[in-house]
Design a protein around this ligand. Sequence first.
Ligand code: 16G
Ligand code: ZN
Length: 530
Amino acid sequence: EMDSGALKKYSALHPKPAGLTLQYGTAGFRAKAEQLDHVMFRMGLLAVLRSKAVVSTIGIMVTASHNPEEDNGVKLVDPLGEMLHPSWEEYATQLANAEEQELEKIITEICQKAAVNQHKDASVFIGRDTRPSSEKLSQSVIDGISVLGGQYHDYGLVTTPQLHYMVCCRNTQGQYGKATLEGYYEKLSKAFMELIKQSPSSGESQRHLKIDCANGIGALKLSEMEPYFPKEVLIHLYNDGTKEKLNHLCGADFVKVHQKPPRGLDMKPNERCCSFDGDADRIVYYYKDATGHFHLIDGDKIATLISIFLKELLAKVGQTLKMAVVQTAYANGSSTRYLEETLKVPVHCVKTGVKHLHHKAQEFDVGVYFEANGHGTVLFSKAAETKIRQLAKEEKDDEKREAAKVLENMIDLINQTVGDAVSDMLVIEAILALKGLTVQQWDAVYTDLPNRLLKVEVADRRVIDTTDAERHALTPPGLQEKIDALVKKYKLSRAFVRPSGTEDVVRIYAEADTQENADTLAHEVSLAVY
Ligand code: 16G
Ligand code: ZN
């Protein structure tokens, strides 16, 4: 039952700044930290309602990922560790923007519309990143949960994917793993060690990896995990947050957008390096060759490496399991082409945002999804997982059984709830070790088409409406025709525009046969947008 008096009293302690409206977007709410106290309180309320509606534990993560340290954000995690169901995003927005005196009415409306049984118990898991503002904001979340009588467990500092993992573990009664950090570290490290035991170079030499932690939570969690690592793997942490600001000139987003190394990581030629983002749900790899040239290995190349590996194994176990790769319009054209034409794996393109990729990937026995920015994972259907585990145990043919065992360990190593930099890093390191590949050989699987990302500020970005997974502009009238005409001027070219879901800008993507052409095309398209 709702205690109106308590609700009034506590919401007054978390007042909404006058005139502020925010929207639950692709990554939940994001804004300057000082604007978010009321949103946190109210998302605590919403998590209780959601928990009652689905009779499961719900997650709340306080983070603004790769955004500047002064920003913050919050998103809800659904029972199996997925993003909040789209039908509730609207409720989140309504609740966040309600005037204080309307709050109770809005809550009652949500309960009616979403058939929330107020008498059910509610349980919420909370996590936060290392931003200075996060601790206080997560206290406001707790106020919101408590005022509606919800139970909660505060995990404190965790990566975003760790919180998703905990929520999934809890709601599957431990089938997915133990809902503790030790449980997470044990599950991942055990699967990883089983995998690299079989690598040809196992025991011979140590593998080194330099990791740029974006001055965020990744550094903390990787150091906690280090005791669980086998001695063959040596990770070296940079940008661990002790000296510099979160995400400042470093991290996966910086490296991907600027196509250059992060500050604070000294790179020797041909060393394998990677960057996490601020909440450790994205990863990109890179290296510098002998001539000093920087090579980025982005989400598309990660998806390709994983797909090559899984496809070989699936062929070995001889099951007709359907595998597909899910990408967005930002995927480099060369990656799509390699996957479809050389590897012969079906590729699907969906709208930007993890929820869209995740949803599509669920359609397959093995669904590999990655955004070019480095967010991604692999989903295995229940049927595929059962079959693989059974073969790993009972198959008489040695080669088939061994292949099934590798697949089984891959299933355990990958965080299937959401993209996870720690888990993805271990998956990649295991594959490189097992296949005996260097970072250069991995990079050489295909050559990226030169590309350019631009953003432009316009009066109202909502005038741009897109279709065909954002690859085609429907409005404003005439824009797509202009883009088509510009694209025609170049070889191997492609371009599209879309309104950002996280910033008040329009994003432009162009690729072409040369960097100069990609740059010019992007610039020309940006002029057409005005
Ligand atoms: C959010 C999305 C990310 C997407 C990005 C695009 C989630 C959890 N995150 O960060 O997947 O790539 O937005 O941002 O869905 P944009 O709309 O500003 O280009
Ligand atoms: Zn992130």
